[in-house]
Ligand binder design. Structure first.
Ligand code: HPA
Length: 234
């Protein structure tokens, strides 16, 4: 057991899907995995291992923000030997061409956080997705006829910000969307020599006036989970 994960050694697969919301982890386990067994309930951060199309796969919540995902990613990698980590989350579009319900495959993640800077104050190096996972996810999304944008996201620390006026400029600089976890996940994957990717569905637009129904949101989340799972086993 690690500090925040109550699983025994061997209970977690070497491939994992990481939604922010632990109840989405439960949803994925119940709807996509066979013979899913819960391996963690510590702090309600539900985690399950089962099989997807015959492959052993895990899914676990991460909570919101870089400190939270960092705790779980660190322990999954260093205590349980996880090698492929795919975040499946939501993001707010800052790009006029990126619409609610589209997918964003985060090729790179910038950040407003000082977490990485605290470890490497003299460098500002890019946090990038694993190319093999990115390439696979892109082709899987295309095969499923989903709209998938590949580009950079910004992992921000504050969901509620006084700098909303910058959103349009961020989009003009090529940022697709804002979210809160990818940069930390990419950094930890690089640090430990494992593979990571962030797949986000756009839940809201910060630059277009767009709406989505709860049912539409559920469908796109389900599509994203399919892309994530197919990528993990490809
Ligand atoms: N900002 C940051 N993270 C998010 C957003 C947002 O607007 N929407 C979903 N995750």
């Amino acid at each position: 057991m690690s500090i925040h994960i109550g699983a025994e050694q061997g209970q977690i697969a070497d491939k994992i899907l990481l939604p922010g919301d632990p109840l989405r982890a439960k949803f994925i386990a119940e709807h996509f995995l066979e013979d899913a067994v819960c391996f963690n309930e510590v702090r309600g951060m539900l985690g399950y291992t089962g099989t997807y199309k015959g492959h052993r796969v895990s899914v676990m919540g991460t909570g919101m923000g870089m400190p939270s995902i960092s705790i779980y990613a660190n322990e999954l990698i260093t205590s349980y030997g996880v090698k492929k980590l795919i975040r499946v989350g939501t993001a707010g579009s800052v790009n006029k061409d990126v619409h609610v319900r589209d997918l964003v495959l985060a090729q790179a993640a910038g950040t407003t956080s000082s977490m990485i800077k605290n470890e490497w104050p003299q460098y500002d190096f890019p946090q990038i997705a694993d190319f093999d996972l990115l390439d696979k996810a892109y082709h899987i999304a295309k095969d499923l006829k989903l709209t998938a944008h590949v580009g950079s996201v910004l992992s921000i620390d504050a969901f509620y910000s006084d700098f909303a006026d910058n959103n349009i400029k961020l989009g003009q600089l090529g940022i697709k969307a804002l979210e809160m976890e990818a940069a930390a996940l990419y950094y930890l994957a690089a640090k430990h020599g494992v593979q990571a990717l962030g797949i986000m569905t756009i839940s809201d637009s910060l630059v277009n006036d767009e709406d989505t129904t709860a049912e539409e949101r559920q469908t796109t989340f389900t599509d994203m989970m399919k892309v994530g799972l197919e990528t993990l086993i490809a």
